[in-house]
Design a protein around this ligand. Structure first.
Ligand code: NAP
Length: 267
């Protein structure tokens, strides 16, 4: 799908990180972008920095876990702009740590924001996309959906749910004019882990993280070229392919590049 001044796009998680970078990349190509997240002040700051400002890019303060609020935000955007062609279900959060010690509220928060949030966002947007001459859904999953890591069992499970959902949806929507791209980021330099920097697992290499701007450009290109998936950085694709072929091989690779804690059990 082409992205230009006529494109109406809605990005969840637009107050920070990958969502903010994607909103900026879309607006730079002339698109009108609805900015959805919980923190209104952050969204307003993002909107003010886009060409056309808040007048052109509506701020939609909502929690993606709240189905009614997501539907209301999507309807408000479509009413203000006259339609919707592109939706990016990107909002998400993490709570890393061994599952045996994980508080139930962390499990619920990740499931509601990452998984339900994706479903409610796509559900609210899909009717509008199907009515447009062409539409596109972007689902921001994670490299952890391709090979799940210790200390992120629940987070990776929510990301795997997104992957399975988007994979089926891409086929299901064949012939409708609406397509789907799934995004598998590796480690990207954002605020995602700011609340847990002091207790990240040993295998985590945040200092080497890629920038969200590079990823946003790849997502825009993937939408234009109707690509099934984006893997960034590219090693994420290799890791996923290797893991499908032989989990022992991907474990061995991860031990080499991330240390023993990435795959402590042999066999
Ligand atoms: N950074 C990485 O290394 C990495 C790797 C793989 C996948 N990802 C995925 O990339 C996506 C974006 O994360 P990021 O790295 O850009 O992190 P980030 O900088 O923390 O941004 C997360 C965004 O999601 C929003 N959000 C979180 N919970 C929400 C909720 N319940 N309702 C509405 N908005 C919510 C946040 O806004 P508010 O707090 O204002 O609501 C924020 O805009 C996530 O789905 C994440 O799982 C990131």
């Amino acid at each position: 799908m082409e992205i230009g001044p006529g494109t109406r796009a809605l990005v969840t998680g637009a107050s920070s990180g990958i969502g903010r970078a994607l909103a900026q990349a879309l607006a730079a190509r002339g698109a009108r972008v609805g900015l959805l997240a919980r923190r209104r002040d952050r969204l307003e700051a993002v909107a003010d920095g886009l060409p056309g400002g808040r007048e052109r890019h509506p701020v939609l303060a909502a929690d993606v876990a709240d189905r009614d609020a997501v539907h209301a935000a999507v309807e408000a955007f479509a009413a203000a702009t006259g339609g919707l062609e592109l939706v990016a279900a990107n909002a998400g959060l993490t709570h890393y740590g061994p599952f045996a010690e994980q508080p139930a509220e962390h499990v619920v928060a990740m499931t509601e924001a990452n998984w339900y949030g994706t479903v409610w966002t796509v559900q609210a947007a899909l009717g509008h996309l199907l009515r447009a001459p062409a539409g596109h859904v972007v689902v921001v999953s994670s490299g952890g959906a391709l090979r799940s890591f210790p200390s992120s069992a629940v987070y990776n499970a929510t990301k795997a749910a997104q992957r399975a959902f988007a994979e089926a949806l891409r086929h299901e929507l064949a012939g409708t004019g609406v397509s789907v791209t799934t995004v598998f980021p590796g480690e990207i330099a954002t605020a995602l882990h700011d609340h847990e920097r002091d207790r990240m697992p040993d295998w985590y290499r945040g200092a080497q993280a890629a920038t969200p701007d590079e990823l946003a450009e790849k997502i825009v290109a993937a939408v234009r070229e109707d690509r099934r998936a984006v893997h960034h950085p590219p090693i994420v694709r290799l890791l996923g392919a290797l893991h499908n072929l032989s989990p022992r091989l991907s474990d061995a690779l991860l031990r080499r590049i991330r240390g023993e804690s990435a795959a402590p059990r042999r066999g």
